[in-house]
Design a protein around this ligand. Structure first.
Ligand code: GRF
Length: 214
């Protein structure tokens, strides 16, 4: 008898362009990401290109009203997000360019099962304008981090990082493009590790895995 293994189900939360979502979809299509299904894409922005990317690829994608606050998710809207994600039978919540702070009720609804991709080498530069801040500080390298989400913004345990050099004539935009290429690699790589049961919050070390180009 043939037993089909249940796929690992991820919900992807987005706000805009959706290039990280696209990278996950591509990785699933070309079988670099195995045994993973995007069960739902949720956006807090009805105009997000990410919604179209999902729908064009046959993935359920919804806009959910984010409520009364500009930068956080709380109250009735938060409840709606939680219920929708739960209904989709989600194993992992992936924040992929979701430009909103999630609060304790959301975090507790999916314990140790929410990850975020952030464009800096955390703990350096949590928050916005990461590449600008790296240039201003005279840093020689930039990068990105996939980390667990907790109640400190961009402050949860780091899972994987990729580094890129900052070159002499770099601008925010050129660094962002170089970093984005790496984001598109480490986010699917971390999702695969979750799907394979290789990442557990309690046993994960304090230092992140450093991504090496193959
Ligand atoms: C990425 O740079 C990600 O690190 C940050 O928001 C951006 C989202 O880009 N959290 P995209 O929507 O995936 O193209």
């Amino acid at each position: 008898m043939l037993f089909l293994k249940r796929k690992f189900r991820i919900a992807v939360l987005v706000s805009g362009r959706g290039s990280n979502l696209e990278a996950i979809i591509k990785a699933i299509k070309n079988k670099k990401l195995k045994n993973v299904k995007i069960c739902i894409v949720i956006s807090d922005n009805p105009e997000a290109k990410a919604l179209k990317i999902a729908r064009d690829n046959g993935i359920k994608a919804v806009y959910l009203h984010p409520g009364e606050f500009k930068t956080k998710l709380e109250g009735k809207a938060e409840e709606n997000y939680i219920n929708t994600i739960k209904k989709a039978r989600t194993d992992l919540v992936v924040l992929a360019g979701f430009m909103r702070i999630v609060k304790s009720r959301f975090i507790q609804a999916f314990p140790d099962r929410i990850i975020n991709i952030h464009p800096s080498l955390l703990p350096k530069y949590p928050g916005l304008h990461t590449h600008k801040r790296a240039i201003e500080a005279g840093d020689k390298e930039a990068g990105c981090t996939v980390h667990f989400v907790n109640e400190i913004t961009d402050g949860g345990k780091r899972i994987m990082q990729a580094r890129v050099p900052i070159l002499e004539n770099d601008t925010e935009e050129t660094i962002a493009a170089r970093v984005l290429e790496k984001e598109h690699k480490i986010l699917p790589a971390v999702i695969q590790m979750f799907a394979d049961g290789l990442i557990k919050y309690e046993t994960f070390p304090d230092k992140p895995i450093i991504y090496q180009e193959k």
